[in-house]
Design a protein around this ligand. Sequence first.
Ligand SMILES: [Ca+2]
Ligand SMILES: [Ca+2]
Length: 397
Amino acid sequence: MTTRLLGAALGTTLLASFAGAQVYDTVCFESFDYPAGSLQGQGGGTGWANTWWSNGGTPQSADVLVPGLDAIGGCARDVLENVGSYRVPDSGAWPAITENLQFGADGAEIWIDFLAVRAPLGDDEYGGVSLNLQFVGEKLFLGSPFQTYEWGYQVPGGASGTVAGSSVDVPTHLVYRIQFQPGDEQLSLWVNPASDHPTTTPDLTAPVPDMRWNEFRLQSGVFTSVHGYDFDALRVTTPRLEPGFAFCFGDGAGTACPCGNNNDGSNGAAGCANGVNPGGGAMTAAGDASVSADTVVFTATGVQPNQPGLFFRADNAVNSGLGNAFGDGLRCAGGNVIRLGTVFADGSGTAVSTSSAGAGLSAGDVKRYQYWYRNPAGTPCGAAFNLTNGYEITWGM
Ligand SMILES: [Ca+2]
Ligand SMILES: [Ca+2]
């Protein structure tokens, strides 16, 4: 391919557009995939800092029951009244949503979901999953508050609420979202939503007092005849933080693609249609845009398999961020171009950057990125090369 990038960039005003579905990262997950027996000391799942501690006496405070409530392994059944089982997620891997290794930094959005049911024929009067501060105590209870027999929440010694019509005697998928803010947090609950991260109106919302947490507790109690609550598929997720945002799309909304080859939207926010993909090539980014700890990685999808392309960095968003015709596509980033390496697409038409995107930069620098790739197969305008959308990053410390 040619190694010369054409044209000086014009304009620095960016017309940004946000597109694509939010991606969530899993902080920790536990499906209780253990043999039937004590939960004490079990250490499976992902994203945990320790093993289950279930009051190691006899009887244990929780047992593994097989089969569970999800399709994997068993579940946890709380079997000792008013005594919890505890486990600590590995918070060290999540600096953006933690403070002093406790979850709940201002601005963090944390989702907690699990399956739960009161044990068959059981008559416990409460049961749920608590968010604790280890060795300090319970900060928020997620489950069925005392004598409500519906699913909801309770602030220890404070407000509570439940979703009318829900029932602790029906296996239920509870999805909680906590939006951590300065001062009070905002809690939302969906009961059996259609997706794991619903965008529908929550079944319950409530402010809860300012809190941090770093430990789960499973607990139930106060029974007359049959004790127990079952819990399964306990998970914490958080929205993946993008280091910046995409701009300059070959979808016809801005600058038209060079030969009527606007993309058809099938590859999300992307560049112009190419010879192998009517959706065009799309570039996304993940990682931390920190000049001192750069982990930004770009991924281009929908390009021609097994062909080379160039990730590059530039100062400007071309044509006020709308781009100019260039080859079979649109040139979105220009001015003071720095090459970030030639990368061949794999057999599925995906290329992942391998060079530092932030090398030599200072905090506060704003840079534009793009992937310029060869596309001889079916080249729509005859240029045999094309480009993805652009991507802008404002670099931090
Ligand atoms: Ca399970
Ligand atoms: Ca707060």
